[in-house]
Design a protein around this ligand. Sequence first.
Ligand code: GLN
Length: 483
Amino acid sequence: MDLTALTATDIRELLTRRQVSAQELVRAHLDAIEQRDKEVRAYLTLCPERALEKAQQVDALIEAGEDLPPLAGVPTAIKDVILTRGVRTTCASKILCNYIAPYDATAVARLEAAGACVLGKTNCDEFAMGSSTENSGYFPTRNPRDLARVPGGSSGGSAAAVAAGMATVALGSDTGGSIRQPASFCGVVGMMGTYGRVSRFGLVAFASSLDHIGPFGRSVRDVARVLGVIAGRDANDSTSADVPVPDYEAALDESVRGIKLGIPEEYFRGLSSEIGTNIQKGIQLLEKLGCVAVPIRLPHTEAAIACYYIIATAEASSNLARYDGVRYGFRASGYRNLREMYEKTRNQGFGAEVKRRIMLGTYVLSSGYYDAYYLKAQKVRTLITRDFLEAFDEVEVIVTPTSPIPAFRLGERLDDPLQMYLADIYTVTADLAGIPGIAVPCGRTRGEPPLPVGMQLLGKHFDEARLLQVAHAFERGGGFEVA
Ligand code: GLN
């Protein structure tokens, strides 16, 4: 039996029947990482002792005949922008090269309390700024489906780890698409809940009004299970929502008959034709399952990228002011005074994309430009949100491609930031509106090797259960393999 191909659901069954131990599962994954990660390079830091200690606890529960928590023994990867107590947390930045987190993020604490075994920290774009994981301050990660291509980003390491059997599930973060886009490039499931659904306590801030933590998995059920564990109010994050968390798995098998799907015209322009064909086939499958597709309009979509890159950079410029060489991580040497210490530390510690964003964000917030850029972008954000709210008066779920293109080659877009930013054209809108979204595999391209295509489902605020239900029906109906 290939222990690295199991889902969290399989794992629970095998553990309960005592056909495998949690320690065997963790060891199998550590072996897989040793072999496969030489090429893929999904992990920045491993914490085998921590994973094995948790596995021992799970095995002791089994031995004692106790009930197992929902993620017992599940090998899990954590994006390196999420704090893990006692383990290096770098945000893939040189400026945090030696930073050891003093506490666990709430999402990590909840996963471990549910029995998950944390294997290590995954690579990403520096401070989650990017769409390909090439902006990592350490090394790029490669797409396990084609090593010449990027895994997407910024949570590329988490997506690649799950796709390559180096973790069963993983956590990523999504500010403008960083869970859904890499999920689609790597052919796995990735989900972002409603803004506030999952606590951000212990998530290193990029753009606080847009940041989310969310799960990756190889099945919709696994993603539902992880979301159920990490979701819910947290006293340590005042923006976490006090909205009851339903039993996501219980809703999965309900019929999708009669569910209205909105198909927004704006998301099907300028699409690579192969992606368009796959998504159309995916929609046809959902119709066969009983959903009703309705054309809708989301007229402010074309302003989304501009709006996002103003708001996200503005917030980033403020959030990243804290890396001054005094309080966290790296400090440059050879300075003559305090000001020079700040300058050298930030100059040597941050990569080019992070610097670009700090400059852009500082500019749009500066007096004289604030009204013209930042305030205007906030107004556009409201219009984009309103588009969605109006659409959701008519439909329950919106179906779009996740990205206009499949995984591109390493280096292909690195010199053209604008091309890189356009990789998020279909994902940033949901972050701006605060609505939940899930990306599921939807067949492959016809090239050699075939590349995964992703379909995105967007839902009403706090209606994650509906998204999971439709995604699950799609998976069961063969949608992952459509076309
Ligand atoms: N690619 C987008 C950006 O570069 C989104 C990043 C994210 O979601 N963290 O900002």
